[in-house]
Design a protein around this ligand. Sequence first.
Ligand code: FEO
Length: 394
Amino acid sequence: MVAREVCSGIFWVGAIDWDRRLFDELIPLPNGTSYNSYLIRGSEKTALIDTVDPTKEYELISNLVRQGVERIDYVIVNHAEQDHSGSLPMILEFFPDAVVVTNEKCRDLLVALLHVPSERIKVVIDRETLSLGDRTLEFLLTPWTHWPETQVTFLREDRILFSCDLFGSHSASSDLFMQDERATYLSAKRYYAEIMMPFRGNIRGHLEKVRALPVAMIAPSHGPIYRNPAFILDAYADWTSDAVKNEVVIPYISMHGSTLKMVEQLTEALMVRGITVKPFNLARTDVGELAVSLVDTATVVIATPTVLFGPHPQVVYATYLANLLKPKMRFASVIGSYGWGGKAVEGIVKLLDHVKVEVLEPVIVKGLPDEASMRGLDRLADDILKKHKEINIV
Ligand code: FEO
């Protein structure tokens, strides 16, 4: 790994994790990720912003050594999750005079998660500043940009916002700055869906705080740096807004073809009504792709066969996950087929208790769908179109 210059006196000293394929043992990472750590040399003090995942601590130290760093005065911790803080104990050992700078909640988590000695932590409050001599760091508390202790750090003179998880993307790349807008947009949207979407309301407030700053560059702790902050700020404004699209997402499982037949019928019925449809076969789907589709969709129709006495476990998993992610969808329904019994609909609807949705009349059939069931799916497509018209998205 090599340290790279962000601008004069400021260096990326993090690590690129080309091979990582799963985050939190949950989130697929098709493009790997990076843990961005930044070194800021002031005229009097040197600061390190965030560290890296503990699996990459050798690379962080190696970058610092190659930069000739003999002293770190402050380690700014924007977030206590271990992909950014996990190398902190090693850094504190290597630089015995370094002081950790973070907010009170983050201090408590660093002590609990990593046993960082509390006497080495300086607690700051919202809008507090720290001088590095010719450079000034300003801390802004932004709770729930993943965890409750999250903060961002603004380097006033250089107008760089170090935003940690916020505005990040899981992407391993040799490019320090965003090069491919489309690829970054998709990667950042996926990251938003998986990490930030449950905190949409909080993030909207934080966006206003960030927009009030004269930010020239946004340097997150995953993925590329944005030299055009409006690119990612505008995207976040769109994703966190209440606006939904004329879309229906259909996560489904079919064991013997009956539920699939219903999904195909509903997909066609929605298409002829001018509605965008995104079916996801959960037996093959990358849940990250499903999460992205939930960012904008107005409606979700969950399609499941019955296994023993309830919905298929894969469908339960996807519905549970969707409920955790709290998308802004407005309508939901359930379709599916059963053989000899079960209560698939009740089981699924109960799992959506965090999402404020109007449930449209489900279509559940015994065995192979017949003509009447197909007409039931046409009726559901009509209901969805009517609802989409009522909220003016058609
Ligand atoms: Fe990238 Fe919430 O850690």
